[in-house]
Ligand binder design. Structure first.
Ligand SMILES: NC(=O)c1ccc[n+]([C@@H]2O[C@H](COP(=O)([O-])OP(=O)(O)OC[C@H]3O[C@@H](n4cnc5c(N)ncnc54)[C@H](O)[C@@H]3O)[C@@H](O)[C@H]2O)c1
Length: 260
């Protein structure tokens, strides 16, 4: 799939990976780019830099997502490419993370994808074509040390993306799963620390990740990993889950010791 003349929607497009995707989609000749974000100033800045449109929306609100996507289709025409990209990583240990914090991550990281898919999929199926990207994380395939809601919600995103690919690929719908390791954005705190570098693998720039997304669109390839080491880790986990868990526990113990 080429992006030329496509109508593209990117959630979380005001910053980081989403912003880089908007910029690259524009360079690839997309017809319209809609930046959806709760950060109004950021969304407007990115939208004006790509000659696109900004929509302010809290992606924890399912009705608001449906309304905004319906309005976009009425104003700009069918959405060809939907990138469910916004995410938050505000949790921690299940014992100390309040339930409403779990709910917030669930709503933004998972349910925003569900609401958006429900809004655009019927028309995509009627047209026999549609492209839907889900930004998960390697936290959704491996884990996220210290953040149970993030790891859990990102695993759910992986499950949703796989399910949609299995069910709708042969009806013309292409699903894409972006599972980054560390990316240098405001989301990755303390991004230059030794810990961030070792735990999250090699840090990528958002622009590199956007290029990997466009390459996957070109090939209509489902899985987008940001570094080859992620594939090794996936293989290791699948081959011997007990050994993988042992290694992850050892890493957790090192993290605990370092934070004491
Ligand atoms: N940065 C990393 O290392 C990394 C690694 C793996 C996965 N990811 C995933 O990549 C995606 C993009 O993250 P990023 O690193 O570019 O972070 P970022 O913080 O730079 O961008 C996230 C954007 O989402 C928006 N957003 C968050 N909650 C929202 C809400 N309720 N409503 C509307 N907008 C909201 C923010 O305003 C922000 O503009 C996320 O899903 C994240 O989980 C990031």
């Amino acid at each position: 799939m080429k992006l030329k003349n496509r109508v593209c929607v990117v959630t979380g497009g005001a910053s980081g990976i989403g912003k880089a995707m908007c910029e690259l989609f524009a360079a690839e000749g997309a017809r319209s780019i809609v930046v959806i974000d709760r950060d109004e100033a950021g969304a407007q800045a990115v939208a004006s830099s790509v000659n696109g449109h900004a929509e302010v929306c809290d992606l924890a609100d399912g009705d608001a997502i449906t309304d905004v996507l319906t309005r976009i289709e009425n104003d700009l025409g069918p959405i060809d490419v939907l990138c469910n990209n916004a995410g938050i990583a505000s949790g921690g240990d299940p014992l100390t993370t309040p339930i409403d914090e779990w709910q917030k991550q669930w709503d933004v990281n998972v349910m925003s994808h569900v609401h958006a898919v429900r809004a655009v999929l019927p028309a995509m199926l009627a047209r026999g074509e549609g492209h839907i990207l889900h930004t998960a994380s390697m936290a959704g395939i491996l884990t996220s040390h210290g953040n149970a809601p993030y790891a859990t919600s990102k695993h759910a995103v992986v499950g949703l993306a796989e399910w949609l690919s299995i069910t709708y690929h042969d009806k013309g719908i292409r699903s894409y799963l972006l599972a980054p390791l560390g990316v240098r954005t405001p989301m990755l705190p303390d991004q230059d620390s030794e810990w961030a570098k070792s735990a999250a693998g090699p840090l990528r720039e958002p622009e590199e990740v956007a290029q990997q997304v466009v390459d996957a669109f070109d090939e209509e390839r489902f899985l987008i990993l940001t570094d080859p080491i992620a594939a090794d880790w996936m293989e290791f986990k699948t081959k011997d889950p007990e050994k993988w868990l042992k290694g992850m526990r050892r890493l957790q113990a090192r993290i605990d010791a370092a934070s004491e």
